[in-house]
Design a protein around this ligand. Structure first.
Ligand SMILES: NC(=O)c1ccc[n+]([C@@H]2O[C@H](COP(=O)([O-])OP(=O)(O)OC[C@H]3O[C@@H](n4cnc5c(N)ncnc54)[C@H](O)[C@@H]3O)[C@@H](O)[C@H]2O)c1
Length: 312
């Protein structure tokens, strides 16, 4: 078992080639995070409790790298090298035992993340930085279950990870400056643009985005305008690439609801209360793209945006 003293001494900063990173969770975000690290020359252990998810992740990374080869942004050799840098592992302890950095991207559930961080803290080498990709759970709360809170930080990638430039770097209450500096440098090495923020509910990205999405849903609920009108106003009027209702479908309405609850509980301010229409849609299983229907309906193979019959 690692002692507190050893764990709190930062390991040497991660180098480019040969740096060893463990990514926990091989879902939407985990496969993207593994992809960008592997492409930048890091050795990656991609860890998931579900073997089918690991297989799917490798297939997705392969497809996404193929797209980059087709666009000539990387060569066939670079694609092969990136894939060869990834090892899939189904056990967390084995997966993190040699890591210089662990990034947790497992399911957004507080109890699960606290359990995973206790496990990682026990198994990862002393001085290894423990990062989480959480969208909304307190970094300080996660850090508090480890014996190395100074080395715990938020590294919030955006979806799709290989495409989106931003990394929101979140300092927990105890995060050491050295750790923040190291994660900022590392994000740049991956070709990303880091922004450092502090650990308060929703950080910056979701604290600003979710109230906007909630207000769009309220506007629909109060019949101020229809789905297409609300999204068109925000796309054409504010130059947003996607309207807030379509974006909510893309993120997942269940995820939007849970982040709004984190904001409401965390600040104790009723302005964050989720719109009753959002609550009803989640209860009805209309979760957006992942369930096939939200504000729009999604048919495999079709890119056409069709408003759900519930809102016609
Ligand atoms: N999806 C997004 O747009 C997005 C954007 C930014 C951040 N995030 C955050 O990223 C994290 C992952 O989200 P996602 O959308 O990739 O979720 P996902 O449901 O696609 O994937 C989660 C993965 O975690 C795995 N998992 C569950 N328990 C595990 C355990 N004990 N050990 C190892 N793996 C385990 C699951 O098998 C699954 O493959 C969440 O914290 C989420 O808030 C998501």
């Amino acid at each position: 078992m690692n002692s507190t003293t050893n764990n709190n001494k930062l390991r040497p900063p991660l180098g480019g080639q040969g740096g060893f990173v463990s990514v926990i969770g091989a879902g939407t975000m985990g496969n993207g995070i593994a992809h960008v690290f592997a492409q930048a020359g890091f050795l990656v252990n991609l860890v998931d409790v579900n073997p089918a998810q690991l297989e799917k992740a490798i297939a997705t990374i392969g497809k996404n790298l193929d797209r980059q080869v087709a666009k000539a942004t990387i060569s066939e050799e670079q694609k092969k090298a990136a894939l060869a840098n990834i090892t899939t592992v189904s056990d967390i302890t084995t997966g993190v035992e040699n890591a210089q950095l662990v990034i947790e991207a497992a399911t957004e559930n507080t109890e699960l993340k606290l359990k995973i961080f206790k496990q990682i803290d026990e198994a990862a080498p002393a001085g290894c930085i423990l990062a989480t990709n959480t969208s909304s759970i307190s970094i300080t709360k996660i850090a508090a279950v480890t014996k190395r809170p100074e080395l715990v930080i938020g590294m919030h990638f955006m979806n799709p990870v290989p495409v989106m430039k931003l990394v929101e770097v979140i300092n927990g209450y105890a995060t050491k400056k050295e750790v923040t500096d190291s994660i900022v440098e590392l994000s740049k090495q991956l070709g990303k643009i880091p922004c450092v923020v502090n650990d308060y509910p929703g950080f910056i990205a979701n604290r600003i985005l979710m109230p906007m999405i909630n207000e769009a849903i309220y506007s629909l609920y109060e019949s101020v305008a229809g789905v297409e009108e609300i999204d068109t106003v925000m796309k054409l009027g504010m130059a947003h690439p996607m309207g807030p209702l379509q974006l909510a479908d893309f993120i997942g309405l269940d995820v939007c609801l849970s982040i709004l609850k984190v904001l409401q509980d965390g600040f104790g301010n009723p302005k964050y209360a989720p719109c009753p229409l959002l609550v009803n849609m989640v209860m009805a299983g209309k979760l957006g793209v992942k369930s096939g229907e939200g504000f729009y309906v999604y048919t495999a193979g079709s890119k056409e945006l069709v408003v759900s019959t519930s809102f016609k």
